[in-house]
Write a protein that binds this ligand. Structure first.
Ligand SMILES: Nc1ncnc2c1ncn2[C@@H]1O[C@H](COP(=O)(O)OP(=O)(O)OP(=O)(O)O)[C@@H](O)[C@H]1O
Ligand SMILES: O=C(O)[C@@H](O)C(=O)CO
Length: 424
């Protein structure tokens, strides 16, 4: 294994696995596997990039650090020569973590400073300029992310946000330096290290900037960021003749289908609206779940009784509804109850023969996939930017996709089910 990624949620892991498997146009990528949690045995020998999915974005910082260091240890044992800590392109975190504490702990373990921190993902509108994160043409804090159910992002100055989470000062390399090219950027990162800045926000506005960052970091033991940070990395290994540049061998998996959406993000809510207009859909009422009147049986029955029609079960409400629900029952309790509900339902659905599964939302995906007890998934073709097909190679193969809340076109759900059936 050449490259090891530690991702703080499951959809984010798929996102960066997609980037690594795809590589740059015309060049090919790395043979990539997404692992669910820290594996307990060695990886297959042909894996070039291993992405470990943790569910560490919204847990106490101390636990996130412990899990991330365990992931690092396993990846080191597989022979990786470079590591990436993948977090959300909208820098999802709170003033107490977890990007800062995990980033610093990994940097300390690898003995490095001047480590890039760049959540930019221009294809889906995330850019960083002068340390400020934009989502399309809005600052992060006015993009809807200020209403996130778990980590409201209320400050677009991510250097300031990061500095609240870190022990060492957080640095900044602004866009003119990135634009000036590989050597000036390398020098700026070295200078940041000399100032004892462990994590350094690096601006990026385009894929070209991310490729420059990738090249400048060809020898860096550690990078941190959104999936865009991986854009230029496969090329480094290909250039050195270390990687194969292989393509996906996904043959398509047909069979019963289900869509489970626990995300309340803007894009998912639009996808729910579009899909529900012409497909059976069940809106889970949180009050009913909290009162114990709705459980997995209802969800599973609904999916089974609408087979062949792309049935959708979702929990999303408007930001006002979500806030009111959290007020009534408590944020953690609601999140826990919904995640358990989706997880238990998914387990039963797969036991009962569901073979194509679409899940929306990082935390939701984490809960669902953990309940399915899958160890590793191979990366197939891309469905929409940042969202690939994943498949298992077991006797009863499963094709699934884990969609980040804010990713995907409006018709994502229908398109995803189709892509899970088609060969690459
Ligand atoms: N109606 C609701 N009211 C309150 N909380 C909800 C509701 N529906 C879902 N949730 C909770 O909100 C959280 C949504 O997080 P999740 O990570 O799944 O989606 P997301 O944040 O949109 O996706 P991503 O992390 O990929 O951007 C989950 O913990 C979920 O249980
Ligand atoms: O970076 C992103 O936006 C996604 O991969 C993600 O992490 C959402 O959970």
């Amino acid at each position: 294994m050449l490259l090891g990624v530690i991702a703080d949620d499951f959809t984010g892991a798929s996102d960066i696995a997609n980037t690594l498997a795809k590589g740059l146009p015309g060049q090919g990528g790395l043979r990539t596997t997404q692992f669910l949690g820290v594996p307990t045995r060695p990886a297959a020998s042909d894996v070039e990039a291993g992405v470990i999915s943790l569910k560490s974005r919204s847990i106490p910082a101390r636990d996130a650090v412990t899990q991330s260091l365990a992931a690092l240890s396993w990846l080191r044992a597989q022979g990786c020569r470079q590591f990436v800590f993948k977090y959300c392109s909208t820098f999802d975190s709170t003033p107490s973590g977890n990007i800062g504490p995990v980033g610093e702990a990994l940097a300390d373990a690898l003995g490095v400073k001047g480590v890039v921190a760049c959540p930019a993902f221009p294809t889906v509108g995330r850019t960083v300029y002068r340390g400020h994160l934009f989502v399309n043409d809005r600052l992060l804090s006015e993009s809807g992310l200020e209403n996130h159910p778990l980590n409201p992002m209320t400050d677009p100055d991510i250097r300031r946000w990061l500095a609240r989470q870190t022990e060492a000062p957080a640095g900044l390399v602004s866009w003119p330096t990135v634009h000036a090219g590989v050597d000036p950027l390398r020098m700026a990162l070295r200078q940041a290290a000399d100032r004892s800045e462990t994590l350094v926000i690096v601006d990026a506005l385009t894929d070209g900037d991310l490729v420059t960052i990738g090249r400048a970091c060809s020898d860096a033991p550690l990078l941190t960021g959104g999936s865009g940070i991986a854009l230029g990395l496969p090329a480094n290994f290909l250039r050195e003749g270390l990687a194969s540049g292989g393509v996906s061998d996904f043959a398509g998996i047909d069979g019963p289908e289900a869509i489970l959406a626990g995300s309340c993000s803007g894009a998912t809510r639009r996808q729910i609206e579009v899909h529900s207009a012409s497909h059976p859909s069940l809106n889970i009422r949180v009050d009913e779940v909290m009162a114990g009147r709705v459980g997995p049986a209802q969800l599973v029955d609904f999916i089974h009784s609408h087979q062949g029609q792309a049935p959708l079960v979702y929990s999303a409400g408007s930001p006002d509804d979500v806030a009111a629900t959290q007020q009534r029952h408590g944020r953690e309790r609601v999140a826990h109850a919904l995640e358990q509900l989706f997880a238990a339902s998914a387990r039963r659905l797969v036991e009962n023969g569901i073979r194509r599964l679409v899940v929306a939302g990082g935390e939701t995906s984490g809960a669902v996939v953990s309940a399915l007890d899958l160890e590793a998934m191979t990366i197939g073709p891309e469905i929409d930017p940042g969202v690939p097909v994943l498949f298992t190679r077991s006797e009863r193969p499963l094709a699934l996709t884990l969609k980040s809340g804010n990713f995907g076109a409006d018709d994502f759900f229908e398109k995803a089910l189709r892509k899970l059936r088609e060969a690459a």
